[in-house]
Design a binder for this molecule. Sequence first.
Ligand code: G3H
Ligand code: 13P
Ligand code: ZN
Length: 284
Amino acid sequence: MALVGLREMLEDAEKGRYAVGAFNCNNMEIIQAIIDAAVMEKSPVIIQASQGAIKYAGLEYIAALTKLAAQKAPVPVALHLDHGTSFEQAVKCIHAGFTGVMVDGSKYPVEENIALVNRVAAVARPCGVSVEGELGKITGTEDDVYVSDKEALYTDPDEACYFVEKAQVDALAIAIGTAHGQYKGEPKLDMDRLREIDRRLDIPIVLHGSSGVPDDTLREAVANGVRKINIDTNIREAFMAAAKAALAEQPALLDPRKMLAPAREAARELIRQKIRVFGSNNRA
Ligand code: G3H
Ligand code: 13P
Ligand code: ZN
């Protein structure tokens, strides 16, 4: 089927009280792994492209591959810009056929964040493209943030209400203790904060940095209102472990397909498992 809008997909998730996986892609094999996993699990799915992915693979390639994969798939697929930082890039994505764009203005003061979101939304929404905003600061696991300072970065519920009132967003990414990349210890999520934000907001909540968060914690986050869950690092880990194993087994390997096929399969299985944790299986 044709690509579907992020907003509609997340509205269905809200009705069914599950979350849709937003899986980052870097290349054709990962796009195929994401689609195959969604088809096998009969699940809606979001394919998203980060700044690094766009630099590596090119916006047009990602859009073309995802549109083709979506056309062939009997499940709803959305194509989303991840951590978009500029108006110009968001417009390029809209032209290329993305059905959602994240506008990450979280590093700016709130009024600037709102202004950036609204500038993009003025173009995106009339085209039927949904907008994700971010409030609070989701760090990288490599960033040294003292535990005592962490809460200062978390999303403030009052500010979240103000933001959603002023900014034309269809989904909101919040900071409640996750971080991008590989965790050193086990992440602790501020579920009370999540519950309060969910109680006071009327739009779907997005959890970033979800790789390495224990399955039970992810299930609890879904039960408390998270409707989009971003996974990148876990896919890279599965993909690269299988690629390395193929090379270790056959050090003189010449045919890249013999390394990439098992890597694609490992990524697919990891994504299937995540889809089941998010509860979006059998919802397509
Ligand atoms: O949000 C983040 C992505 O996991 C970062 O990915 O290295 O492809 O830009 P990247
Ligand atoms: P992880 O790489 O930690 O899964 O984070 C993914 C993410 O949040 C993409 O926006
Ligand atoms: Zn993220």
